[in-house]
Design a binder for this molecule. Sequence first.
Ligand code: PLP
Length: 436
Amino acid sequence: EPKSSNKSASLTSQQVVDITRQHNYGTWRFQKGWNPMHIADAEGCTIVDGAGKRYLDFSSQLMCSNLGHKNQAVIDAIARQAQELSYAMPGYATTARAELSQLLLEVLPKGISKFFFTTSGTEANEAAFKIARMYTGKTKIIARYRSYHGSTAGSIAATGDPRRWAMEPGGKGPGVLFAPEVHCYKCPIKHTYPGCGIACADYIEHMIRNESDVAAVLVEPIVGTNGVIVPPEEYMPKLRRICDEYGVLLIADEVMTGWGRTGEWFAMNHWGVVPDILVTAKGITSAYVPLGLCATSEKIADFFQDHYFAHGHTYEAHPLTLAPAVATIREMQRLGLVERARERAPYVEGKLKELKAKHPSIGDVRGKGLFWAVDLVKDRTTKEPFNTYSDKVSGKPLLVDQIAAKILADGVTIQAWVSHFVVAPPLIVTKEQIDL
Ligand code: PLP
């Protein structure tokens, strides 16, 4: 029975798995069939199981380990901060907070300059909704189908996928409305790009006109979990114009798309659009520690000069979460990882298109930077997905899971979601690893 390779391990690998399985919820699966892999070690783009077998991580865990594992600068920043100051109430100024704020001004879209730090993307979205409602004095938020914004009451209410349904009735809202997703491969309103004139954005304008009280439009600039869906070039600028015309805030949820993942620091940069509120998490610390950020424009910040900002958490701006973010951003700058994601994109795209040419079950490959989806269909003409969400929750074996298991046996891990894979390796990935 191998011990895990961690020097500090006190349990055998089998004990680690058994205790975890017995006393933890195995989300997204029947508890009785849950047999989690023991991750004992990780370095760079590689994770190591309890038996010492190595795997290339081709989805950066949950699309978050962008720098890869065991980055010494980030590890040192955590250790240093723990020794200097491990906690301070959010009402205080700290060096880590000031340093991170300065760096954020360098990398965020220009004009986004006031920050609220949380410990997850979910909480950062909750803060964004509250800020949007306080600032506008309005309540409704227009989100889109095929979106994911988090799992707490407010963020799941704004999530346009079936995970929300478990919270209903009552969980939808108050005041969340859903617009059709922008998805040119399978347009929900049956248009064809570019002849459509971006009718999905017009639809949102129609909603704003026919609803009173709309505070904000909430978008993932590139839809993540639900299929790495890249909008057409004109969509985001058009949405910006519509929001400006009606005095509605534009919230960009860049939890997954931020931090170089798409070949820009933030995905909104692809279209030169600055949102009013930018929400992010994951890659901000490359997932070394949990940190979320809700960042707003100066005009929103000004409003709170003389309006009470009734919000906050015990772990808000926790120094141990902020110091590694400073180190992560500096490492990204030093290694040129945003540029690297952009440069590697055509290579990944080429490889995925080779796969598509070989396998009729692949209906579409799409993405940007180092953020791609491989979409499985029953039939390329009808584009019917190979599996559905109902298959997943009924426990039917999914093709994506079967393929992922085969790939895992060959030494690569990849995120599989209902009927697509998310290909999102750490930004330090090499060409040889992409070939593998
Ligand atoms: N928003 C988006 C776009 C996400 O992809 C996620 C998580 O995957 C979240 C919000 C929630 O972030 P967290 O899991 O850090 O709470």
